[in-house]
Ligand binder design. Structure first.
Ligand code: ZN
Length: 197
């Protein structure tokens, strides 16, 4: 995993840019988002985190990672709402970006063009291995992309895939360990074959 470079100017100067943190379930995306947001906060930057209102796994008010390091966040229904809340903000965090509408691409560009640092975390692929929501386009317009990895629960290699362990064909199924497991490409292909039988 390549972490964001320790360039101090990012925390002290207001400089528009887009950073994407993407990966599978359990890859530490939200933890990395929170790490960067906390560092910006220590540098007295005004920060705000947004997440889709659809993500109600934990609390309505807090962004909560799997190890429960939480910071406050604002649930919103559409990406356009972000623009209404960010006039006094230096760093905008966006979690679970895969669940947002494609308007998010334009919103992130507008924010960065106005000097705001935008840090986006999201699933790059759905459980079928297809690019998820606006994530491919967000990776394309980003100044920097960090792909983070989970560990394959079958063989211990780096995992890129989120395998759904229950029968359900809807893309927007939210859940934790009970519904998904991180797998490497080889173990994922074998698991998908086994699911067909
Ligand atoms: Zn594996």
């Amino acid at each position: 995993m390549v972490l964001y470079s320790e360039d101090h100017t990012q925390e002290t100067k207001r400089r528009g840019r887009i950073e994407v943190i993407c990966g599978s379930m359990f890859s530490g995306k939200t933890e990395e988002l929170i790490r960067r947001m906390k560092r910006a906060k220590f540098a007295r930057q005004r920060v705000e985190i947004f997440k889709p209102a659809v993500d109600t796994r934990y609390s309505e008010e807090d962004i909560v990672s799997h190890d429960s390091h939480s910071i406050a966040s604002t649930p919103i229904d559409t990406s356009a709402s972000i623009l209404l809340f960010t006039s006094e903000i230096d760093v905008v965090g966006i979690d679970e970006a895969q669940f947002f509408d494609t308007g998010l691409i334009d919103v992130c560009n507008q924010l960065a063009n106005n000097g705001i640092r935008v840090i986006i975390a999201g699933l790059d692929m759905d459980f079928k291995g297809n690019p998820f929501g606006p994530m491919p386009q967000l990776c394309a317009i980003a100044d920097e992309v960090s792909k983070v990895h989970a560990i394959c629960v079958k063989c211990g290699q780096l995992a890129c895939f989120s395998h759904r362990t229950v029968k359900n064909d809807k893309q927007f199924l939210l859940g934790e360990t009970a519904e998904y497991e991180p797998l490497c490409r080889g173990c994922y292909l074998r698991a998908v074959e086994a699911d067909k039988q």
